[in-house]
Design a protein around this ligand. Structure first.
Ligand code: GZL
Length: 307
């Protein structure tokens, strides 16, 4: 069949519509649900035929999905890599099939940057740094050790690695900040609660929780309250993402600051996919705008939150 767009061929039956294969991480968090909704809605609006797979947070399922998209000869493949490593083989297969690949949300650590055309997503090191900067500001001029426990995102994922690095970088200048425990909560509420329960048992004195996403923070808040402590007061809570439930928790005084991570990538993804399929040049890196929200801003911002 004639290739309708790019080198991919016309998996959509040659009706001229772009066919995009999207291999999503899973449905582990409020952020992910919002990201999926954005991709689906934007594909609809852009007239893009979307083939969507949910990998339940397993790399082997994402690899299977990408292979299936290659078999179906989609025009473009996009995915959010659940972890940073282990993608070269399958992405070489996509390259050999002349199907361009767009990374969205999370990045990979492959040395071969020819394996994907562009990366659309946040700067997670910057997000970690914003979290650490808030903490150093909060404790400016106060002495005495500040004991921090950290709920890391999915082991091996770019957001977990980079949010940890950015935070550590921001607080390393002041020895009063001590990360006394750091463990993955896999970006989920259930695991975040479970690990926070363990921290509360093993750590005699916790001043701050730094959670790599809101879902783990919200799970941890339940554990903190069940332990008879006040989240946001006895234990300060720093979180990342900015889902509505986190804004509500901030308004309720249970989270102190949320570093925003924008999941609404759908429109930019469709625009990039169309350009890439036509062989038009696109930037190698497309960042997204995002801010930081503190408790005093939460109530006013809540009505306008889109996810
Ligand atoms: C970040 C994204 C992370 C979110 C989590 O861009 O990959 O994965 O912070 C989600 O909520 O599970």
């Amino acid at each position: 069949t004639a290739c309708s767009t790019g080198g991919g061929g016309s998996a959509g039956g040659g009706d001229g519509r772009l066919v995009l294969g999207f291999a999503q991480v899973g449905a582990e968090s409020g952020w992910r649900t919002a990201n999926t909704k954005s991709v689906r809605e934007s594909a609809e609006e852009a007239g893009v035929t979307l083939k969507f797979s949910d990998a339940q947070q397993k790399q082997e399922n994402q690899i299977k999905a990408i292979r299936s998209f290659i078999q179906q000869r989609v025009d473009v493949i996009a995915f959010s890599p659940v972890v940073e490593s282990g993608w070269d083989t399958v992405l070489k297969e996509a390259k050999n099939a002349k199907i361009p690949v767009v990374l969205t949300d999370r990045a990979i650590d492959s040395k071969d940057t020819s394996l994907y055309t562009t990366f659309l997503g946040s700067d997670f090191v910057e997000e970690g740094k914003k979290a650490g900067d808030w903490l150093t500001e909060e404790y400016k001029g106060k002495d005495g050790t500040v004991n921090i426990v950290e709920l890391q995102g999915t082991t091996g994922s770019a957001p977990a690695n980079d949010r940890r690095a950015g935070f550590a970088q921001a607080v390393k200048g002041d020895p009063k900040f001590k990360v006394v425990a750091s463990q993955t909560g896999d970006f989920t509420r259930a695991k975040g609660k479970e690990v926070m329960q363990a921290f509360l048992k093993s750590q005699p004195d916790i001043d701050v929780l730094y959670a790599h996403n809101d879902d783990m923070a919200l799970g941890a808040i339940q554990a903190i309250e069940e332990a008879g402590k006040k989240p946001g007061t006895d234990i300060k809570v720093i979180s990342v993402d900015g889902i509505k439930d986190a804004f509500q928790a901030m308004a309720d005084g249970k989270i102190n600051v949320v570093v925003e991570c924008n999941p609404l990538l759908g429109d930019q993804l469709m625009d990039l996919a169309k350009k890439v399929s036509k062989g038009e040049s696109v930037p190698a890196r497309v960042k997204v705008d995002e801010g930081v929200f503190t408790q005093d801003q939460a109530a006013a911002a809540l009505p306008d939150r889109k996810y």
